[in-house]
Design a protein around this ligand. Structure first.
Ligand code: PMP
Length: 353
């Protein structure tokens, strides 16, 4: 039976992408596997260039002074790289969850980071609003979607300083004016591909303004000048990301997938709100369309619910330990039918209770 995969990441990818990826492992170019050709060979250089330009095209950032890189070390390495490359005297961070908190921790190695806003005391169930961004800071850092808590920034400030955003868990899922951001980063393993590469999109003119020496592997300028091939790139992760970006482009791009994502989110949240057995975790206005977090009100029904979930072929809905309950991650490749299957189980539980 086909599984309904609600995993928070790594997660569901389009079936056609999996098939093409599997085929390329066996035969990518003239009888050779994607995994055994040189990253400097033309077929792979073409993959890298295509992936980089597709990313910019889908975000509407082509010809606007941005460069796309596919780096390694996960989004977690970006917490550090952002600070190394951009932080001279002071930066402001919006603390909206575990990942934002980790980004702050890394940047604090270099400076006393200022938390412009925080929802930590409410265990991050909302997005702080009405904050001011000091004009004399180096940059402002935010997290567009908080994977663990299920909150999402619905609007972004008009920042007077460069705006950096961790979009790991909602990149390519909704239309935004991406040109508002000066640096965007996202681990591939949610909406883009397998774990192993991180997309970084940078407006080039924000670089070169810090006085410290930056080690080559940590230096965005170095990666840009080498066409994202400073060292051997993660060839498989980049290839599968390219396939997923092609898949998205063929579907009609972000505009088309956003409509699907909204349908999925409406369906699950209306069940959470109407079914008295369940309660949403995050405040309504900040609910994520990617990760719906909720709890079961009656603990006695836990076992029954979980066995019904299993029976329906639903995978990966256990909540993160810092929130508890459940989390339905509904990334781009998850079908509306999968959300329908989960909602059916939730409403069947109500009829049984
Ligand atoms: N930021 C966000 C919003 C995330 O969801 C995650 C991982 N789930 C990370 C950063 C860390 O990513 P990585 O594991 O690629 O370092």
């Amino acid at each position: 039976m086909k599984k309904h995969n609600f995993s928070a990441g790594p997660c569901v990818l389009p079936k056609s992408v999996m098939e093409q990826a599997a085929a390329a492992v066996l035969n990518f170019d003239d009888g050779l596997s994607l995994l055994e050709i040189s990253h400097r060979s033309k077929p792979f250089v073409d993959v890298m260039e295509n992936a980089r330009s597709l990313a910019l095209e889908l975000l509407g950032l082509e010809g606007k002074g941005y460069k796309a890189l596919f780096l390694q070390g996960g989004a977690s390495t970006q917490f550090l790289m952002v600070a190394l490359n951009l932080l001279e005297k002071r930066a402001g961070y919006l603390n909206t969850g575990t990942w934002a908190d980790k980004a702050i921790k890394e940047a604090k190695i270099y400076d006393d980071i200022y938390e412009i806003g925080s929802s930590k005391s409410a265990n991050y169930n909302y997005i702080p609003k009405g904050y001011d961004i000091p004009e004399d800071y180096d940059y402002f850092h935010c997290t567009s979607n908080n994977t663990i808590f299920g909150t999402q920034m619905k609007s972004f400030p008009n920042s007077p300083i460069p705006m950096v955003c961790d979009m790991s868990s909602d990149i390519f899922s909704r239309q935004l004016d991406f040109s508002k951001f000066d640096l965007i980063y996202a681990g591939a393993q949610k909406n883009m591909g397998p774990a192993g590469t991180t997309l970084v999109v940078i407006k080039e003119d924000i670089l070169g303004k810090v006085s410290r020496k930056i080690p080559s592997m940590m230096n965005y300028k170095e990666h840009i000048s080498k066409g994202s091939m400073f060292n051997t790139p993660p060839v498989f992760a980049v290839y599968v990301s390219m396939l997923t970006l092609e898949w998205l482009k063929n579907l009609g791009g972000i505009k088309a997938i956003e409509k699907e994502n909204e349908k999925k989110a409406r369906l699950i949240y209306s069940e959470i709100d109407l079914n008295p057995l369940f309660k949403g975790y995050s405040v309504k206005e900040d609910r994520s369309i990617m990760n719906a977090t909720f709890t079961l009100e009656n603990e006695n029904l836990k076992e029954t619910f979980e066995s019904m979930v299993k029976e329906a072929g639903i995978n990966g809905i256990n909540g993160h330990r810092s929130v508890g309950g459940y989390r339905a991650s509904m990334y781009n490749a998850l079908s509306l039918d999968s959300v329908k299957a989960l909602v059916e189980v939730m409403s069947e539980l109500e009829s049984k209770a």
